[in-house]
Design a protein. Structure first.
Length: 275
């Protein structure tokens, strides 16, 4: 801790280097919401983490989300489709194709956290309708420029309020930005959006366990309020990589049943239906 305790400006320490495809390039951000040093014991599922925190976790998570939205608006939106993120991998294409096939012709598909709408073309070409949502206005602007005929809404995964309005839903390459506390809420929102018999496709990004342990040790040593599986990086980047058995439990608790799953192109892919 810097001399002078918590009274001055604190800057978050870099807690690891992300792969190049997820690298954040801005300098570290000031943290103005610190509180007195103390012991805190967040409980995530059955895991209890004990350690010295210099930052309130709820405030820290709010800031992570705000920064993620801001950076998608200002840095990623304009160039997303021209970078490696804009390509559709073979495994993603296969699972999106399965979801489309299970949706009736003319049926409605929710693309939650749709980004720049890179899957809109696949869905429309197959004769289905699509609605896109995202918390980033910049990403949605790119999606609307490519597909002005597709309805879009600026809303985060945590705030989705659809009720039995879609034959299928997808949340692709986005759950890694969801905090562990919010996973049950987001899955419940996606489940509620489905009509009876509807299907859901989601992905879970994978990362080496040794990398995660190293990052967790560095972050806790720095006083950051992290839990295992969280990865922070310079500039406020945030990813969460839950164990797949925890994902399976959350999926079951949300009233979803796995139909197909697999690992490919750095992600775990899950196709599920409402029970």
């Amino acid at each position: 801790m810097p001399a002078g305790g918590l009274a001055g400006r604190m800057v978050e320490r870099v807690t690891g280097i992300e792969p190049a495809s997820r690298a954040w390039k801005a300098s570290a951000l000031p943290l103005s919401y610190t509180r007195e040093l103390g012991y805190h014991e967040p409980i995530i599922g059955d895991e209890r983490v004990r350690g010295r925190w210099t930052v309130d976790r709820r405030a820290w998570l709010r800031e992570r989300r705000r920064v993620a939205e801001e950076r998608h608006d200002t840095l990623h939106a304009a160039t997303y489709d021209q970078r490696e993120w804009g390509a559709i991998s073979p495994t993603h294409r296969r699972f999106v194709g399965q979801l489309i096939q299970r949706c009736p012709p003319g049926g409605r598909i929710l693309d939650a956290a749709c980004g720049t709408g890179k899957y809109f073309g696949m869905i429309l070409d197959a004769g289905r309708q699509v609605v896109g949502t995202d918390q980033s206005a910049g990403m949605l602007a790119q999606a609307r420029a490519k597909h002005p005929e597709v309805p879009t809404e600026k809303v985060g995964l945590q705030e989705l309020a659809f009720d039995a309005e879609f034959d299928a839903a997808m949340c692709v390459d986005a759950m890694e930005h969801v905090f562990p506390e919010d996973w049950p809420l987001v899955l419940a929102n996606l489940r509620r959006a489905l009509r009876p018999g509807g299907h859901l496709y989601l992905t879970v990004e994978l990362l080496d366990e040794q990398e995660l342990e190293r990052v967790f040790a560095e972050a806790t040593a720095s006083g950051l309020p992290v839990v295992r599986g969280e990865h922070t990086s310079r500039g406020g980047g945030y990813h969460y990589y839950p164990p797949l058995d925890q994902v399976a439990a959350w999926v079951r608790d949300a009233g979803l049943e796995s139909l197909d799953s697999g690992i490919g192109d750095d992600y775990y892919h899950l196709l599920a239906s409402g029970r």
